[in-house]
Design a protein around this ligand. Structure first.
Ligand code: HEC
Length: 205
């Protein structure tokens, strides 16, 4: 190989090593070999959140809801980050404030991430299915209607049977937004006249 080329290669390699030093990043460190470092085990052998003495937690990426600034690194809030109570039961209701912005965000995320399989109504006839992928459950199925919000959050986080996990692509705030939107879709497909305020019923008959 040409001597100059070798010199350039060494310089680039050197720079890329030196260049990484001293910078803080909001992103989690690259973790090439996960080796069971993260497991969805509810009962831990030791407290994984226990920090060595003198360690200062820093970093606060801004969540969509803006509500969990300090916690985005430690993820101590098991209800928000895990969808579970400390008793390990699923949370009944999404631990977020329901706003129309959050619902719209959920709609947008659902249409990006879920509709390819579940279709935009949630009935399960997405494009990917027409190409031979396992058909998903109808999201307005009585069993899914009866699920707690935390359980829906868990399906997005961990996947289920032939559905893959979306934890890497969708951060927690957005998972809750999607859960709220799934509830709205369910309502849209299962509501009856009884759900309409009495004084408005005549207008839709
Ligand atoms: C690649 C296709 C695909 C995508 C994308 C997808 N799902 Fe699914 N989903 C499935 C399939 C397939 C099933 C049925 C799994 C089974 O029973 O084997 C399913 C099942 C479910 C269930 C029912 C779980 C149960 O207990 O039976 C829920 C709820 C759900 N998906 C929500 C979502 C949401 C919300 C998103 C978007 C974040 C999403 N899915 C994205 C394919 C997908």
């Amino acid at each position: 190989m040409n001597k100059n080329l070798i010199l350039i290669a060494v310089a680039v390699a050197g720079l890329s090593l030196v260049g990484c030093r001293g910078y803080r990043s909001e992103k989690p460190p690259i973790h090439p070999n996960p080796n069971f470092d993260w497991q969805s085990k509810v009962k831990a052998q030791t407290d994984p959140k226990a920090l060595p003495e003198g360690v200062v937690v820093w970093g606060d990426a801004h969540g969509f809801s803006g509500a969990h600034t300090r916690d985005t690194f430690l993820k101590e809030d098991g209800r928000f980050y895990g969808g579970k109570e400390s008793s390990a039961d699923f949370v009944a209701k999404a631990p977020v404030q329901v706003t129309s912005d959050l619902l719209l965000r959920g709609q947008e995320r659902f249409n990006i991430y879920c509709a390819v399989c579940h279709d935009q109504t949630g009935s399960g006839k997405g494009l990917v299915i027409s190409r031979g992928f396992a058909p998903p459950t109808d999201l307005a199925d009585a069993r899914i209607l009866a699920m707690k919000d935390g359980e829906l959050f868990g399906v997005i986080s961990h996947g289920i049977r032939s559905m893959p996990s979306y934890a890497k692509q969708i951060k927690e705030e957005d998972r809750w937004a999607i859960v709220l939107y799934v509830r709205a879709l369910q309502k849209a497909r299962t509501a009856t006249l009884e759900d309409v305020p009495v004084d408005l019923r005549s207008s839709i008959k």
